[in-house]
Ligand binder design. Structure first.
Ligand code: SF4
Ligand code: SF4
Length: 341
């Protein structure tokens, strides 16, 4: 068992990310969520922005002892009214009267008392009322993350971390430890670029202050994460060499698929198209070379260089250029596949 710094939460170092259950029917999602709880997971992370994810959790755990699991959700709002209204909706959806970890979602700044926004004061008010137990934050910008940790205002930070992360992220993990701030790792599979769960788990398991949340869409994925409860993968020679190989092939400016650059006025599915060549190298090519995806990739030709995506990308990527490079690579691979036939 593991205690999440900044909190009294004691849970297996193996948490459930409920973003993907949006894509399942209510019945399917409920089965997955109940199996996760029965299999030993006790920390469930969702968000107001994940459409019906909260409602599915509420249905799945109705009648279950509320003390036997922890709920973490998020508000994307930056106004007092918005936060209050989001929290009430979350409580109703999750069929509970308190949230354990309430997070400002994808915060663009480190909100603090007296900054004029009223955001932090609203969170304090909710905590004083007992509606939330911990004030927390999630973000994708490393400078905001460092500020939040150093501010001492947040119990936990949720930030992307995987074996493709860089030195700065490792420094952030250490900083959290020094400051007693819980580190919750999202995107342990780097948005689908990492396809070896054992390596992903083994890597994050090295950090004794990191709680990874694994996005679960399918029962077979869940069973693999649950199998690690009793037999956690350790970084043996085989996994280390796989990690080194992956790092070499994906170093530098790659799209994490977070989607914060969207929507695009030209309808380009940026969070897939900007990493298409990487995906083609890692997943079965057939799906990505379908007529449907050829049409989606061709939309890159319609890019008007408005710069919106570039200014919104938390990783500072030159998105329009990355899209063009991916289109070139995609067309090359498509041609090669056609020649093979
Ligand atoms: S620069 Fe191109 S890809 Fe980016 S948002 Fe504008 S039109 Fe879309
Ligand atoms: S281009 Fe940047 S913002 Fe858009 S999905 Fe990729 S990493 Fe996220």
């Amino acid at each position: 068992m593991f205690r999440l710094d900044g909190t009294d939460i004691i849970t297996p170092k193996n948490a459930f990310g409920a973003l993907p259950v949006q894509r399942r029917t209510v019945d399917e999602a409920v089965k997955i969520l109940r199996r996760a709880l029965q299999g030993g997971m006790t920390y469930f992370d969702t968000a107001r922005s994940y459409t019906d994810s909260e409602e599915k959790i509420g249905i799945a755990f109705e009648g279950v002892d509320r003390k036997s699991y922890y709920l973490a959700t998020k508000t994307p709002s930056t106004t007092r009214e918005g936060i209050l209204s989001d929290l009430e909706t979350s409580l109703k959806n999750l069929k509970t009267d308190y949230i354990d970890v309430y997070q400002l979602h994808n915060a663009q700044q480190c909100y603090a008392p007296g900054d004029g926004t009223g955001v932090y004061e609203t969170m304090q008010e909710l905590k004083a009322q007992g509606k939330i137990r911990y004030i927390s934050i999630t973000c994708h910008k490393i400078d905001v993350a460092f500020k939040a940790v150093e501010s001492g205002l947040y119990a936990t930070l949720q930030f992307p971390l995987s074996y493709l992360s860089g030195e700065k992220e490792i420094e952030l993990v250490k900083k959290c430890k020094e400051r007693g701030v819980g580190f919750i790792a999202m995107k342990g599979l780097a948005g689908g670029l990492i396809n070896n769960a054992r390596a992903a788990y083994g890597y994050l398991d090295q950090f004794d202050n990191v709680l990874p949340i694994w996005g679960v869409q399918h029962m077979h994925e869940l069973e693999e994460w649950l199998s690690f409860m009793d037999n956690p993968p350790t970084l043996d020679e085989e996994l280390v060499s796989l990690i080194i190989k992956d790092r070499e092939s994906m170093q530098g400016a790659f799209c994490r698929s977070c989607g914060y650059c969207m929507p695009c006025p030209k309808g380009i599915i940026i969070n897939q198209c900007a990493r298409m060549v990487l995906m083609l190298g890692r997943a079965p090519t057939k799906k990505w070379l379908s007529d449907e995806w050829q049409k989606e990739m061709a939309k890159i030709n319609d890019c008007i260089n408005c710069g919106r995506c570039k200014s919104r990308c938390p990783y500072g990527l030159d998105v329009p250029n990355l899209l063009k490079q991916n289109l070139e690579g995609y067309n090359r691979i498509l041609q090669e596949e056609t020649n093979k036939k």
